[in-house]
Design a protein around this ligand. Structure first.
Ligand code: ADP
Length: 253
C-alpha cells in the first residue's frame, strides 16, 4: 500500500519573497521595501503594523497586485502575480481579492445592497442561490440586514464600513486587504469594525490582512507583522496585547 506523504502542507493566502520596491531615481530614490520575506497563513487575521513611512502601504499594494515590486516575488492563493498580464491580473484581483479602504469607497447613488452586489456583477456572476446565500450570510454576520435599502449618505461611518466589508467578502475572496479601515471612524465604530473583521475570520473562515499604525487596531489581529524601514522586523504569532506593547517598546528603547 502506498502511504500518503505525511508532511503537513501549510496553506498560505499570500507570500512575498525578497520583495523590494524603489520609487524615483538617483539622489531622489526612496527604498520603500528593502527585501521583504513573508508568509501569510490562510484563515487568520494578520495586522501589518509600523510607523508612518515604514512601507506598510507599499507592501500591501504589492501583495494585492495594485503595484509592481522592483524585484522579488508575490504569490496570492498559490498563484505568482508576475506570471499574469494586466488583464489576467485585473480579473484575478476582482475574483480572488477583497479590499476595504479607509474612506469606504462606496458608490453614493447605489443602496447598501447594490454596493455589496457590485463585485458579483462586475465579475459577470449571476446572483444565483449560492451568491444569495453568501449575501445573506455576510450581511447577517455584519449586522446590516436592516440597512440594505439605504444609501451610503443615510448610514453612519461605522455602518458604511460594514457595508464595505460585506462587499469585500461577498465573492469569497482568498484574501481581504484592509488599509487603515478604522482611520475615519470614532472609537466605538472602530471597535465594531475590528470586531466584524475578526468575526469574518472566525465565523466565515476568511483571511484578512489589515494595514494599521495603531496598536489598538493591531491588538485585534491573530498575528502581527511589524514593519520598520521597509523590512519585516518581527512576525508575531498570537502575541496578545502585552507582547505587542513590549515589541513596540523594544523599538523605542
Ligand atoms: P506607510 O504605509 O508605512 O506609511 P508607505 O508605504 O506609504 O509607508 O511609504 C514608504 C516610503 O515610500 C515613504 O518614504 C514614502 O514617502 C515612499 N513612497 C510611497 N509611495 C511613493 C510614491 N508613489 N512615490 C515616491 N515615494 C513613495
Amino acid at each position: 500500500m502506498i502511504e500518503k506523504p505525511s508532511a503537513p502542507t501549510v496553506q498560505y493566502a499570500a507570500t512575498a519573497r525578497d520583495l523590494t520596491k524603489a520609487f524615483g531615481r538617483g539622489d531622489n530614490q526612496v527604498h520603500a521595501l528593502r527585501g521583504v520575506n513573508l508568509h501569510l497563513p490562510a484563515g487568520r487575521f494578520t495586522a501589518i503594523m509600523g510607523p508612518s513611512g515604514s512601507g506598510k502601504s507599499t507592501l500591501m499594494h504589492c501583495l494585492a497586485g495594485l503595484d509592481q515590486a522592483t524585484s522579488g516575488e508575490v504569490t496570492v492563493d498559490g498563484v505568482r502575480l508576475v506570471d499574469m498580464d494586466d488583464t489576467a491580473l485585473t480579473r484575478f484581483r476582482r475574483e480572488r481579492i477583497g479590499f476595504v479602504f479607509q474612506s469606504f469607497n462606496l458608490l453614493p447613488m447605489l443602496t447598501a445592497a447594490q454596493n455589496i452586489r457590485l463585485p458579483l456583477e462586475l465579475a459577470g456572476r449571476r446572483v444565483g442561490r449560492a451568491e444569495q446565500e453568501r449575501f445573506d450570510e455576510v450581511t447577517s454576520v455584519l449586522g446590516i440586514t436592516d440597512r440594505l435599502d439605504h444609501l451610503p449618505s443615510e448610514l453612519s461611518g461605522g455602518q458604511q464600513q460594514r457595508v464595505a466589508i460585506a462587499r469585500a467578502l461577498v465573492t469569497r475572496p482568498a484574501i481581504v486587504f484592509a488599509d487603515e479601515p478604522t482611520g475615519n471612524l470614532d472609537s466605538t465604530a472602530s471597535t465594531e469594525v475590528l470586531d466584524f473583521l475578526r468575526t469574518s475570520v472566525r465565523e466565515l473562515g476568511q483571511t484578512v490582512v489589515m494595514v494599521t499604525h495603531e496598536l489598538d487596531a493591531a491588538a485585534y489581529a491573530d498575528d502581527v507583522v511589524v514593519i520598520a524601514d521597509g523590512r519585516v522586523r518581527n512576525h508575531l504569532v498570537d502575541p496578545g496585547r502585552e507582547a505587542l506593547v513590549a515589541e513596540l517598546a523594544g523599538r523605542a528603547a
